[in-house]
Design a protein around this ligand. Structure first.
Ligand code: ZN
Length: 143
């Protein structure tokens, strides 16, 4: 179903493209005929220019998807050619990222650990180890 739709769209583009080329060529012919003829015909020139402009615009529009396709192809090719470098880059990036995350989580864990392992002396208010019975600053016993 989808493939059929795609095929239809492409053929539509082709028809538009052919019409555009015909318009363009027709316009050129009109101008050439006009210049070859002894008598100048303004109508022919106007018609010719009009056809060329319309043909050109239609051609541009029909070529747009083709150009996009080309760009995508080019990008793919560039990516394909630099695959190893890109992989290296992404590996390095992810390494940096994971290192950063590790450091942050380590710091957080240490912080939690520290917070858990310390208390404040009942007498002098200084930070001391939870497990220590005596304050290392004032020497008083903790209850
Ligand atoms: Zn103390």
């Amino acid at each position: 179903m989808e493939e059929k739709k795609k095929g239809k769209r492409i053929s539509g583009f082709w028809i538009a493209r052919i019409i555009a080329i015909l318009l363009f060529a027709g316009g050129l012919c009109m101008i050439i005929v006009n210049s070859v003829r002894d008598e100048e015909s303004p109508a022919l020139i106007i018609c010719g220019c009009f056809s060329i402009v319309i043909g050109f615009i239609v051609l541009m529009f029909t070529l747009l998807p083709l150009m996009q396709k080309g760009m995508i192809k080019l990008n793919k090719k560039i990516i394909e050619e630099n695959k190893e470098d890109l992989q290296d880059l992404s590996t390095t990036q992810s390494e940096i990222m994971s290192k950063g995350v590790k450091n942050i989580s380590k710091a957080a864990a240490e912080g939690v650990q520290e917070a858990k392992d310390t208390k404040y002396c009942m007498y002098c208010g200084k930070e001391i180890n939870t497990n220590s019975r005596f304050c290392q600053y004032c020497g008083k016993e903790q209850k």
